[in-house]
Design a protein around this ligand. Sequence first.
Ligand SMILES: Cc1cc2nc3c(=O)[nH]c(=O)nc-3n(C[C@H](O)[C@H](O)[C@H](O)COP(=O)(O)OP(=O)(O)OC[C@H]3O[C@@H](n4cnc5c(N)ncnc54)[C@H](O)[C@@H]3O)c2cc1C
Length: 461
Amino acid sequence: MTKKSIAIIGGGISGLSAGIFARQKFGDTINLTIYEKDNRLGGTIGITRENGYIADWGPNGFLDREPLTLEFVKQIGLYDKLYPSNNRSEKRYIYRNGKLWEISANPIKFMKSGLLSFSGRLRIGYEYFVSKKNNNLDETIYNFASRRIGREAAEILIDPMVSGIFGGDAENLSLEACFPIMEKMEQEYGGLIKAMIQKKKENRKSGQKGGPAGPAGRLTSFRGGLYTMIERLEEILHDNIRQNVEVEKITRNEDGRFQIICKADKIEYDYIILAVPSYISGGLLNEVSPDAAGLLMEIPYSNLAVVCQGYKISDIGQSLDGFGFLAPHNQNLEILGSIWTSVIFPEQAPDGYALFRTMLGGAKNNDIIELGNERLAELTHNQLSQILGIKEKPSFEKVIIWRKAIPQYIIGHSERLGRIEANLRQHGNIYLAGNAYTGIGLNDAIKRSSMIVSAILSGWV
Ligand SMILES: Cc1cc2nc3c(=O)[nH]c(=O)nc-3n(C[C@H](O)[C@H](O)[C@H](O)COP(=O)(O)OP(=O)(O)OC[C@H]3O[C@@H](n4cnc5c(N)ncnc54)[C@H](O)[C@@H]3O)c2cc1C
């Protein structure tokens, strides 16, 4: 009997994890090929290791709250290399009116802090009395936040959180698609404060930990940086990977099989997993399904720049005792925020030095990446110096520009996704992996790949 075959397009974490799950579920009963257009694997996971610095180019970790990810890490033999963030990085800051304010998780401390005006703080408390939305129309994150906790909190707390996580604009992103749990807190419990109180009671009874949105999780990387995981995956999947091979087109035969068309060859497969950004999938699917292709092209992406800079600690005018800070758009900084990497993961900078990873761009400032590496680095250094009192130039610098970095789940995202999936189902064994659909983080990408392989297994004949 001839073996069935699976092609995975894309050698980022979605494609590589799909490869691991496929090998685990099907063993030698399939032919598996992973296509990657670049000469390196990892996609948005990349790294520079230089002079004692370990600088992640894109993601710097995942939250350890997802059992599937931890299981995956065990499966690839990296459990003992896990590197959880340092306890010293628990504090988080917001930049407002020229200074950094700690955001306290303790409600009494938060209410005493001057981060928000007195009326802004009172307005948050009033959330308890705000009635729930009485329609099921998709709502922006900003509308939800300003309706429930007031405009000031929406602008100072929620806007920077949305640019920190999604590189996005809270006034365009869909609450339902980005933070479904928040929507549920309102609909099921009547509001955020009510949900927190109720959840606390339930947890006390059951002895469980975690907030109303589930266990928060701790940012976790690997010894040697996040790229350690990609290096391990490359070792395991080596024989299945075709690197430096760009897939240019996919067509479907009359017998339902697919052809992968690259510059040098055409190969037939029974199953296709597209683990590339949605606009690439759209281009590849133009012939198989023009309707799905059109909808995939509609998912917008934001640009981001990551500026990594290392300084002597003695040249920094402020003690670094937290995760870093975020800057609301109305504070007129170009930077979106800065992560204090060497506090979070001390091995990532040499002794006596600090490493910052600062983000610029996002949906509200997409064009800033056009400044180029040098000017982005200078701008970032100037703004960090002003906030943190840095006296000297950085001794380490790496700038990474990500064009179309993060998919934006704008209003109508869930409905669009429903139409894409319904459309693709008509065309047989073709699946969309990646972070453009049901969650933008690493945990979400791994989970989606696992679900796709399970779906293939369940239809296996
Ligand atoms: C700056 C930044 C910071 C982030 N921070 C975090 C974080 O801290 N935590 C977190 O959980 N998530 C974070 N994310 C999100 C996370 O990086 C993504 O969820 C994840 O890496 C997506 O992986 P992927 O494999 O789906 O896509 P990608 O990483 O985009 O991989 C797609 C791959 O497909 C290849 N490819 C494209 N076209 C073709 C083709 N035609 N033929 C063959 N190959 C092709 C590409 O070269 C690439 O290697 C961040 C993202 C960015 C950009």
